[in-house]
Design a protein around this ligand. Structure first.
Ligand SMILES: *Cc1c(COP(=O)(O)O)cnc(C)c1O
Length: 474
């Protein structure tokens, strides 16, 4: 397929308006010295160009997308419609307060809903992503310790199965990350936790269920131990679809949590659009909340606020979608988690006679295949299997993560897939298994039907060629 610049022909697509026939009076300073490099192409050709590109991409609307820890699920269109209502979409953050009371009410209502879901007491919607929510939560933890004069706490404990953003956020917040080992069941090793807890512990960050899809059976003891050592407990709630409506993070000992509205709460994830990672906290952290907090119907600065995490209220239209989503689901919110867990277990159960499951037990919203034993026998890798799925119209799962599983394939079917889709995916996985043993090269050479075949990953990483190189002769 040609690039749009290669399709460009000087003078094309310039005929919608007649040429300017009056003198242009512009001061010279803001004028370009050279013409901008814009493709010159007719509207018709441009439409076709972008449609062709869209057809070469794979999204949730094209097929199954079991990308672990990403929740690439279907988001009901009605929520997009609500966010597109001009009363929401055309608001300006600098409008006078009396003209945005409805929006404020929506935020306050959504805060109440998320408090009910998490068991927390307050929510800030300032963070614009999950990692941003983690950073916010850690700054709250830091402000809490500092405020009490407890300044020797410099360490955040993070299990080795954690999402990569956890240690990154801890570092951003000025903490040293201390890695806690997983045990042979894939959950937190209590002895290793105890060995690392102490007067330097500021807190623990935990994803539960964790990235291998397991709910930690020792969670009550884990959070108790951290509290006893004087630390706080941070819950990475990015994948709240695993437990929403069933388990409240506050009830299992957590003090602060972030959620990904752009995963669990009806904003598409991974589209490059705006996200929202609201951070919910217990009352004792409220004095440090960022942005403005609602007190007696007025928005004011919390007394010891950590400041602003972003401009204004956060990404408001993402909140509108979350609000509409929760209103339409209502008291059935637990069905999100039930279906997410059911779908993952169904796939795991239907594949485990062939594929080695990393931790073979009832999983939550996702499960992890450890392809290592098969790789050793056949030299067919997790990457090869992921590429082979492309020929079946299936987006590959997350691969080589979590790091504690060798040749990992991390599968999150999500709650919105039908049994028929899961069955098709299961058939694809089983066929690929057959090919691994009977025609391994066919898997190692996959994909064969996509617009581009196997790419040279190393070259792509080392010599990214992202910009069209114009000959500057014009
Ligand atoms: C997605 C995810 C995050 C980070 O969210 P972003 O919005 O991508 O910053 C953090 N933790 C877990 C477990 C996740 O799955």
């Amino acid at each position: 397929m040609k690039l749009i610049f290669e399709k460009s022909i000087p003078g094309r697509g310039q005929d919608i308006f007649p040429a300017c026939d009056v003198p242009v009076k512009m001061p010279a300073a803001p004028l370009r010295e050279k013409k901008a490099h814009l493709p010159e192409i007719s509207e018709n050709e441009m439409g076709r160009h972008y449609t062709a590109l869209a057809k070469r991409a794979h999204g949730v609307n094209d097929g199954f997308y079991p990308l672990g820890s990403c929740t690439m699920k279907h988001n009901p269109r009605i929520n997009e419609k609500m966010a597109n209502l001009p009363g929401f979409a055309k608001l300006h953050p600098l409008q006078p307060a009396e003209t945005v009371q409805g929006a404020n009410e929506l935020i306050a209502d959504l805060e109440k809903m998320l408090c009910e879901i998490t068991g927390m007491d307050g929510v800030t919607f300032q963070p614009a992503a999950g990692a941003h929510g983690e950073f916010t939560g850690l700054l709250l933890i830091k402000a809490y310790h500092t405020d009490r004069g407890d300044t020797e706490r410099t360490e955040i404990l993070v299990p080795d199965a954690a999402h990569g953003t956890n240690p990154a956020s801890a570092t951003m917040a000025g903490y040293k990350t201390v890695v806690i080992k997983s045990n042979e069941n894939g959950t937190v090793d209590l002895d290793d936790l105890k060995a690392h807890l102490g007067p330097k512990t500021a807190g623990l960050m935990l994803t539960n269920p964790n990235t291998v899809g397991l709910f930690d059976p020792n969670i009550m003891e884990i959070t108790r131990l951290v509290h006893e050592a004087g630390g706080l407990c941070y819950y990475d709630g990015a994948n709240l679809n695993a437990v929403i409506g069933i388990v409240r993070p506050a009830d299992i000992g957590f003090d602060v949590i972030h959620m990904n509205l752009h995963k669990t709460f009806s904003t598409p994830h991974g589209g490059g659009g705006p996200g929202s990672g609201p951070c919910a906290y217990k009352d004792f952290l409220a004095p440090f909340a960022p942005g403005l907090v609602c007190k007696d119907g007025k928005y004011v600065r919390a007394e010891k606020s950590i400041g602003n995490m972003t401009g204004f209220y956060g990404n408001f239209l993402v909140m509108v979608k979350a609000y509409a989503y929760l209103l339409t689901i209502g008291k059935d919110v637990h069905t999100i988690a039930e279906n997410a867990v059911l779908n993952a277990n169904y796939m795991q159960e239907k594949l485990k006679d062939l594929y080695p499951i990393a931790f073979d037990t009832t999983c939550m919203h996702e499960f992890v295949i450890g392809l290592d034993p098969i790789y050793r026998k056949t030299h067919v890798s997790a990457l090869d299997v992921a590429k082979a799925l492309l020929d079946y119209g299936i987006h590959p799962p997350t691969i080589y993560f979590p790091l504690i599983v060798h040749e990992a394939l991390m599968i999150e079917p999500t709650e919105t897939e039908t049994k028929e889709t899961l069955d098709e995916a299961i058939t694809a996985f089983r066929e690929i298994y057959d090919r691994i043993f009977n025609a391994p090269e066919s898997v190692q050479m996959a994909p064969q039907t996509t617009p581009v075949l196997r790419l040279d990953d190393t070259k792509a990483a080392r010599e990214p060629h992202l910009r069209y190189e114009f000959c500057d002769c014009e």
